[in-house]
Write a protein that binds this ligand. Sequence first.
Ligand code: FAQ
Length: 189
Amino acid sequence: MTQTKDQPLEPGTPQRTRTYTWQDPLIGAGAVPGLSGLEYLRGMARGEFPPPPIGQTLGFTIGSEDDVQEGKVTFRMRPEEFHYNPIGSVHGGVYATLLDSALGCAIQTMLPAGVAYTTLDLAVKYLRPLRLGMGEVCAVAEVVSVSRQVATANAQIIDDAGKVYATATTTCLVMRPAQAPRSTQEKYP
Ligand SMILES: CC(C)(COP(=O)(O)OP(=O)(O)OC[C@H]1O[C@@H](n2cnc3c(N)ncnc32)[C@H](O)[C@@H]1OP(=O)(O)O)[C@@H](O)C(=O)NCCC(=O)NCCSC(=O)Cc1ccccc1
């Protein structure tokens, strides 16, 4: 039967609770302008800068410095119950967030200090369901091209055996100092 606001859950229905902590994301963001993308992300992998709160929220990380190479970044995540949609598998937005993160960071590794970027486009193909109990999966992203204003990259979510659960492509806008807006309040020309 469909659950509605007027039909509360049966008494005794198990409730789950999750608590997690995160750090001020502006600490790392403040260091960004002086470091190349590779230096910043390797520093984050070494624990010198806080990981992004979205990683704590969904439970994904860059596992180690080896996961950050020039043009290639790997994020790791274990599918959990709190990732679920109402149809019994990991919500598609979780895949997309993991892939967007790995793709953006792969592009960031190719950018020198003072160059900013942001996602313009993300296309995801959902090939297999991610489920509880399957163990850790990786989002592996590799850069295809970086030009003056545009960068593109491809990624896959794979398990330990190399089985592919999703693929994705992205286009990012690259903002070099002469073109970059001075603040997030200022419109890009
Ligand atoms: C099912 C299909 C779409 C097409 O597959 P086909 O072309 O028919 O190909 P084939 O039969 O060769 O199977 C290939 C693989 O597919 C899987 N599988 C197949 N049949 C079943 C089945 N009956 N039951 C379970 N799994 C089945 C199976 O793992 C198999 O792998 P294998 O080769 O055995 O290792 C598949 O690509 C897929 O599951 N993609 C992921 C979609 C996804 O997770 N999207 C995100 C969540 S949606 C969301 O969150 C939106 C939302 C939000 C809020 C509220 C509500 C919704």
